[in-house]
Design a protein around this ligand. Structure first.
Ligand code: GLP
Length: 260
């Protein structure tokens, strides 16, 4: 794991946007895995800026979103489908047929989830999977006890995740209990991962993910298996890492040949 500790949220968003941009410039037909939540909002804004400045072209980019609530229509103000259009897709030249967001309303979930996985594979697999992390240590909506080999499927949210996400709904009663999410195994198949987080409330899950035991009780810890993952965090989210000085030294002294 490459742990990159920056001063604040703004720097994390800037780093993430620059990194995604560099990957798109290198491979215009890149397959991106995308997250929702508040963590990637700054990154999306900066990617939009780069598009508007003529630095980036999304016309070949293919995207797969990590997750979606079950039982709410795509146009619902709090669906992840709406989030993606409101915060990103409406402002760049991505082609609608290259956008893939799990459908939380299908009749045959088993079949649909298999097809979602198959289509990722048909597109050549995810080149760069971007992730946030939830307070329970979840990635996507893989809550504690998720199998570390899991694939896209239906999950039930924990009460703490429902409470965290209730801020976007009128009341907690409106937060769905069920979600469709790419699995831990699906995420680990990506060629490269970048997880972004900031704020003290993320410090515990970040420390457990980076320095704790690998366990399905902290699903993000499975990322320790990933051969190419960047964990980009601010100093508040890094505050509970035992080896933070070492990670800073490694990053500050990264030899030129390590940049790919
Ligand atoms: C939700 C999403 C996750 C996201 C998490 C953290 O549960 N399904 O993909 O990482 O929230 O959200 P935030 O970035 O708002 O802290």
């Amino acid at each position: 794991m490459e742990v990159i500790i920056l001063d604040n949220q703004e720097q994390v968003s800037q780093f993430a946007a620059n990194y995604v941009a560099s990957r798109i410039l290198k491979k215009p037909r890149i397959v991106l895995g995308l997250p929702t939540g508040s963590s990637p909002l700054g990154m999306y804004k900066k990617l939009i800026d780069k598009y508007q400045q003529g630095i980036l072209d999304f016309s070949e980019v293919i995207t797969f979103n990590l997750d979606e609530y079950v039982g709410i229509v795509p146009g619902h103000s709090q669906s992840y489908n709406s989030y993606m259009y409101k915060n990103f897709f409406n402002f760049v030249n991505i082609k609608p047929h290259n956008i893939n967001i799990p459908d939380g309303l299908v009749a045959d979930f088993d079949n649909y989830c298999k097809k979602y996985e198959q289509y990722i594979e048909d597109c050549g697999g995810i080149d760069l999977q971007i992730l946030g992390i939830g307070r329970t240590g979840h990635i996507g909506f893989n809550e504690p006890s998720s199998s570390l080999g899991s694939r896209t499927r239906i999950k039930t949210l924990t009460e703490s995740t429902r409470q965290d996400n209730a801020r976007f709904f009128n009341s907690i009663d409106e937060v769905p209990h069920h979600v469709i999410t790419m699995g831990i195994g699906s995420i680990l198949d990506s060629k490269e991962c970048m997880l972004i987080a900031f704020g003290e409330h993320k410090a515990e899950s970040i420390a457990a993910m980076v320095e704790g035991c690998i366990s399905s009780m902290l699903p993000a810890s499975a990322l320790q298996f990933h051969p190419s993952i960047k964990v980009v965090i601010d100093s508040a989210a890094a505050s509970k890492l035992k080896n933070k000085e070492y990670y800073k030294f490694v990053y500050d002294n990264k030899p030129a040949w390590q940049y790919v």
